[in-house]
Design a protein around this ligand. Sequence first.
Ligand code: FE2
Length: 427
Amino acid sequence: MLDLLLKNATLPDGRQAMSVAVRGERIVEVAAGLDAPAHTVIDAQGLLLSPPFVDAHFHMDATLSYGLPRVNQSGTLLEGIALWGELKPLLTQQALIDRALTYCDWAVAKGLLAIRTHVDVCDPRLLAVEALLEVKKRVAPYIELQLVAFPQDGVLRDAQGLDKLKRALDLGVDVVGGIPHFERTSEQGAQSVKLLCQLAAERGLMVDMHCDESDDPLSRHVETLAFETQRLGLHGRVTGSHLTSMHSMDNYYVSKLLRLMAEAQLQVVANPLINITLQGRHDTYPKRRGMTRVPELLAAGINVAFGHDCVMDPWYSLGSGDMLEVAHMGLHVAQMTSQSAMRQCFDSVTANPARILGLQGYGLEAGCFADFVLLQARDPVEAIRLRATRLQVFKRGKLLAQTPAATSALYVSGRLGQIDWLSSAGL
Ligand code: FE2
């Protein structure tokens, strides 16, 4: 007897009329037309069943702090950083925990069940680190939270920077972070990359750095990151986040850089919602988009994810934990409108970030955990188009959240009608 049988689902790879059979916490079989007795049977009615959304780049210590202690009037990165500096001394552990837990509830409702969050380690009290370690423990039954030790103010700018980062790792933070473009000089930036990769190699940890998040075509720390990854044998364990300077780099140089990155099996996170608003702010017209070169990175065989980065914090006043909104923006900014590219955008908020986090048992195959989301869409492209309703969200075979289907009743010219948003039927 199965615990759960989900019938008549479409999977992200296009397979239709699929059944997913669950016993305990695991998927035991995925097959077309499978029918077997189960405690709970759900007819997906041809809708899309996806593995959960994954966010490979977030700042949970800042989330939902919008307006504290004041609103970012200019909406720029620099005012955001200044605002965060004003807010930090006012933070309390309880407020950090409360806001993070609220965000995690939002995430669950949106089918987002794994998040890699950076946590600022520049505060000598490590208040945010302790708060997010507590949150990680509390949400473990429903969200896989991975923490990155992130020296927001630069690890070498402060004589105690490296010590604080190491203390955060000692407390249980999972991943080594960095921000080389924010160190005082390019040389110090390169030195920070070397030092932090070395630290990760010594401790057997992964690396995820904010890297080259500027419009400066000569900000080239990603080159050092690829080189150190290669030198230390950290292949596949290092991620470059943002990489916005790649947008402005010389094309010839990028053709060389892509090969270095692929050789080091570097992984990449672009953050389209944030970088389309923050980059190019010193430009007049034409204005650069600023997002890293996603299609070219993918074509070079490099794993790329789209991250949310911020939700209602000093840098970004919008967002709701909806990774389909992130994919939607990424698709537009990168002009990824071919059929295969649109599907890649869906992968960039599901399977690709799952690889970056190193999630075990992720996917819709026998043996994987029974974690999945039923969407009010017939395929991944339609899911992005509609930012589709997450009808049901499952974790380890148990229902975590459900949202009623989006429908609209019409009263136009005396006509009573109902809108079927799934208008791609038959296309
Ligand atoms: Fe970030």
